[in-house]
Design a protein around this ligand. Sequence first.
Ligand SMILES: [Zn+2]
Ligand SMILES: [Zn+2]
Length: 329
Amino acid sequence: MSELRFDPFGREWITISARRLGRPVTDAQAFCPFCPAPAGAGPAAIDGSEAPRGDYEVAVFENRFPSFGGPAAPEGGGPAVPGQRTAPGLGRAEIVLYSPRHDVHLATIPEPGVRLLVDVWAERTAALAADPAVDYVFVFENRGRDVGQTIDHPHGQIYGYPFVPPRVARELAHVREHRREEGECLQCAVLQGEERAGARIVDREAGWVALVPFAPHFPFEVHLLPRRHVGSLPDLAAQERAAFARLLRRTVARYDGLHGHPLPYMMCVFGAPHAIPEGDIWHLRVAFQPVERAAGRLKYLAGSESGAGAYLQDATPESMAAALRGVAM
Ligand SMILES: [Zn+2]
Ligand SMILES: [Zn+2]
């Protein structure tokens, strides 16, 4: 179904998943495949329906149009060329429905619902990490058509990659080096410094801090960080999960108050790669990466960002944090 191809120049895997072109694109007025179907409606009332039968609070199911997984052996790419190799696109792809309601999102789902969602994320992270085909579990959400969301129903995704993604692998090398040279967790040290400095702090919740990073990649980027040195979602204690849920809701509410409409963003949960030998060197980070630099004006990841990998901001991170702090809650 899918195939990994190794790019010897970037030394990274590219996933070729041609079947994904057939996945559904719906508009908000039309049939939503994620709204709950009536109990007893049968396996699929309408072709393409994916929703659980009956009602649900939070639901998880395998993506019918996955980037990873599936039984078929990879198709070869023709005669061998030096440096080129392939691997089967093993791994997992799941969809998480946040709510049975179509018209809500992380800020407007009641707190117990977001708290349950955090538990589901943690549980699925542990479950996919136990799959021998999975090297990295990535919980994420693309919110808004501007970041490629194709179905408006509030949902996120979980990928179980059959490799450690390049950005995570690079960061792992850096935190490992910092640990070796300074004897401390880089994120713990940064977090303590940011709390003293204060200018980039957006919000606080018991055991958690929300801040704009010193050098953000995206406009109004916010990192949610546990104060305790915790590696990934399953390691969070019950009270830390509850506080995380509250901070998640408030962060999205700030975003939605910023420009007066739901801000398109990518939410990325960067947990520890579970297969690393020194299990405790990673510090959990939940990164919100919006793509709007001003009201209605998209930040395009164009030549410099997508081409050269060099990110530019046209506002200071300190002014971004002040704007987010100033949103009336
Ligand atoms: Zn729906
Ligand atoms: Zn730490």
